[in-house]
Ligand binder design. Structure first.
Ligand SMILES: NC(=O)c1ccc[n+]([C@@H]2O[C@H](COP(=O)([O-])OP(=O)(O)OC[C@H]3O[C@@H](n4cnc5c(N)ncnc54)[C@H](OP(=O)(O)O)[C@@H]3O)[C@@H](O)[C@H]2O)c1
Length: 286
């Protein structure tokens, strides 16, 4: 059945996640509040934030306003935050989670993610660090403070260590856009029942001026941003476009009234590397 703005994917823990979400990175304070509120009014139900973004209070304010102005309930929303790298580990993760929950003004989180995996290059005991972080998140999940738990920027070899745990990751949030699709990780996740979310679905803006994409977009009478978001959706990936511009917040949701042909999806998937953030989780130094 064709997807709509209200469609959801079923996660491996039985819960549901919207097929598109809203990003909040690099939106500060009042702008974060304004954009989160506009997003909710436009129809986004999934909002993605992180303690790293230092804007959880602003996003939280936008959520509270959005709920009121859109006439919806807290339960209609799907709010995500993430534990930052220096807060990984059992005790620190629990403290970081409480801080995020308070900053957002919430009494539960829909989805909480490990922002980046601890990796071999930085830590001899990287697997143990990830498992300790995961154990804290599992306990918070059992207490009902988090409804679903997942990871971000994990590749297959990072994920494998978490696949035998009591609760498996429900989501892996990775960079995904034409020019950088990480299809091996997408395939591993989708074959193992893990929902993939796509961060920087517009390459943080870097893919928007591409002429090859403009030519495909023109065929559908759509913008490059819209076909990039549709590209993710047709790969069963949840795109998380960010914008602080009200007209773009709205137009980025207008992606359910057309369908990319298989040949165009294939052409977008086959584009050589471009628009990549440069972040490889095995190599990052943060
Ligand atoms: N897990 C991770 O490690 C990780 C890493 C990066 C990002 N993320 C998440 O993914 C979200 C999205 O990624 P992102 O923020 O890097 O970038 P993005 O969504 O790929 O692109 C955002 C940029 O594109 C512009 N833009 C948005 N819609 C547009 C449109 N229709 N036409 C023209 N320009 C448009 C925005 O400008 P304006 O805002 O000025 O409109 C902004 O500069 C983040 O906000 C965050 O929630 C997660």
């Amino acid at each position: 059945m064709a997807k709509t703005i209200n469609s959801k994917f079923k996660m491996n823990d039985g819960r549901e996640i919207p097929v598109i979400g809203f990003g909040t990175w690099k939106a500060d304070g009042d702008t974060a509040a304004m954009s989160a509120c506009e997003a909710i009014k436009a129809g986004y139900r999934l909002l993605d934030c992180a303690s790293l973004y230092r804007n959880e209070a602003g996003v939280g304010e936008g959520i509270a306003r959005g709920i009121k102005e859109a006439g919806i309930k807290r339960e209609d929303l799907f709010i995500t935050s993430k534990v930052w790298n220096r807060m990984r580990g059992y005790e620190k993760t629990k403290a970081a989670f409480e801080k995020s929950l308070t900053a957002l003004g919430l009494d539960y989180m829909d989805l909480y993610l490990i922002h980046w995996p601890a990796v071999k290059k930085q830590f001899e005991n990287w697997e143990e660090i990830n498992l300790d972080t995961w154990r804290a998140m599992t306990e918070l999940c059992k207490e009902g403070k988090i409804l679903s738990i997942g990871v971000a920027n994990f590749k297959e070899h990072h994920l494998k260590a978490l696949m035998e745990t009591e609760i498996k990751p429900a989501v892996d949030q990775i960079e995904f856009h034409p020019g950088y699709t990480q299809m091996e990780t997408v395939k591993f996740c989708q074959e193992n029942g893990i929902i993939v979310e796509g961060w920087s679905p517009l390459g943080s803006g870097a893919v928007l001026a591409d002429e090859r994409l403009a030519a495909i977009a023109a065929k559908y009478g759509k913008s490059v941003a819209q076909i990039c978001l549709r590209f993710a959706i047709q790969n069963d990936i949840v795109p998380l476009p960010k914008s602080v511009t009200p007209s773009r917040i709205v137009s980025n949701l207008e992606v359910f009234d057309f369908e990319l042909k298989d040949e165009d999806v294939a052409a977008m998937a086959a584009m050589p590397l471009f628009g990549w953030s440069g972040y490889n989780s095995d190599e990052v130094d943060f």
